[in-house]
Design a binder for this molecule. Structure first.
Ligand code: ZN
Length: 411
């Protein structure tokens, strides 16, 4: 248990590297490299300190150390490489070399400056194998890794244009410094983080309540992962609005529940991703992080409770884990029941996935205490307002949704 020091950011100091341009002239002479949305997310996270103590994209020594031992060269725990990949041909065309300051742009607008400290190649299959414990391209994290361009460019970044977050996410967007100030105002000495990409069913609600009690917490911070989506996921708008609604409807008192957004493209790295989630929430000011079954896993690549086991190996993480088993709906118990307590394995109804989807799709009547009527009503509203009629991601949503963030042109 490291409660005493876990209010500190990872590495001790919250990184903030933001220096807005006064005008486009400030970066007029710099070589520009256009980056995709994935990299925009990483730049924003680096600059605001979500990834403290990282100050930029990793060099070869850190990438190797993270892959081999889940630690930065500095010794701090870090489980997933944060890299900027650029094709060698593009680097040569732009004439980028070590020592240069380059400008990263998105859709033509300045985003961040990068002080190039190293340009290197890595064996992507080997890297994927170490980080994901598999090299099967069916694994989305492996696929992302194998798809990297053939050079990594390392160096510190400074955000030069702050992103504009679109409604409704602007109401939930807080930088780590802003969120820490808010938790401080609320008097949260012990805050437990709930990572989510779901609309909350009753199992999730009890997960939060159980963790709140177990951690003797002052509050629950819902940290909704907003990032790359695939068809069939919940739409982002429904995730944040339904979580917030649990507080608005009084299922959590106002002072003990907050919802915030994290721009992160899931890697599905199982236990390593669990550690990553814990570190980011530590940077947000949380002292505890809850982990349930199959946390951040995909398919059968990781054990059901692999995320639980890894924390025992990392006593210096600086944030406490609250490990939870499964909540299900049990008609015999007459409500939401907890694995390890309920003795009716034959009648239990798994709350995850299909049951809830069938309720939302209208194919099944909501059993009492599976999905709150208030949540179901709001999910349907979100479908109409944001999802082109569906609360789940469709091809149309992927094409036509309002982007979560835009990078405005400089003044
Ligand atoms: Zn039961």
């Amino acid at each position: 248990m490291n409660v005493d020091n876990s209010l500190s950011p990872h590495g001790g100091v919250l990184v903030e590297r933001v220096q807005p341009l006064r005008s486009a002239d400030d970066v007029a002479g710099l070589t520009a490299i256009e980056v995709r949305e994935q990299i925009v997310h990483e730049c924003v996270n680096l600059a605001y300190g979500f990834f403290s103590p990282l100050t930029g994209f990793m060099g070869s020594a850190d990438v190797a150390s993270v892959a081999d031992s889940m630690r930065l060269v500095s010794g701090y725990v870090w489980p997933i490489p944060i890299v900027l990949d650029v094709a060698d041909a593009e680097l040569r065309r732009a004439g980028v070399s070590v020592g240069d300051t380059v400008l990263l742009t998105h859709q033509g607008n300045p985003l961040a400056t990068l002080e190039v400290s190293e340009i290197f190649a890595a064996d992507l299959t080997e890297l994927a194998g170490k980080v994901y414990a598999t090299t099967e391209p069916a694994h989305p994290g492996v696929q992302r890794t194998l798809g990297y361009a053939n050079r990594f460019v390392a160096g510190d970044i400074t955000l030069v244009c702050e992103p504009v977050i679109s409604p409704p996410f602007d109401r939930y967007w807080r930088t780590p410094a802003q969120l820490r100030a808010e938790l401080d105002r609320l008097g949260w000495q012990r805050a437990v983080a709930h990572q989510t990409r779901n609309v909350p069913h009753s199992g999730h609600e009890y997960l939060m309540k159980g963790a709140f009690m177990e951690a003797q917490a002052d509050g629950v911070l819902v940290s909704a992962v907003i990032g790359e989506k695939k068809v069939g996921d919940y739409i982002d708008e429904a995730i944040v609005l339904t979580h917030e609604n649990l507080r608005a409807q009084g299922f959590f008192r106002d002072e003990i529940h907050r919802t915030t957004a994290l721009l992160w493209d899931m890697r599905y790295a199982g236990p390593r991703e669990a550690v990553f989630h814990a570190l980011v929430r530590k940077n947000l000011g949380c002292t505890h992080h809850m982990f349930g079954r199959d946390h951040a896993g995909v398919g059968d690549y990781y054990g059901r409770y692999a995320a639980h086991e890894i924390f025992g190996e990392l006593p210096d993480l600086g944030i406490n884990s609250v490990l939870t088993l499964e909540w299900w709906y049990c008609p015999a118990c007459g409500g939401v029941a907890y694995e390890g307590i309920c003795g009716h394995p034959d009648t239990k109804q798994d709350l995850a996935g299909r049951l809830i989807r069938s309720i939302i799709d209208g194919g099944a009547e909501p059993a009492p205490q599976t999905l709150r009527a208030e949540t179901l009503a709001l999910v349907r509203e979100c479908a109409d307002e944001y999802g082109f009629g569906s609360p789940f991601v469709t091809e149309r949503y992927l094409r036509e949704r309002t982007p979560v963030l835009t990078i405005p042109p400089p003044p």
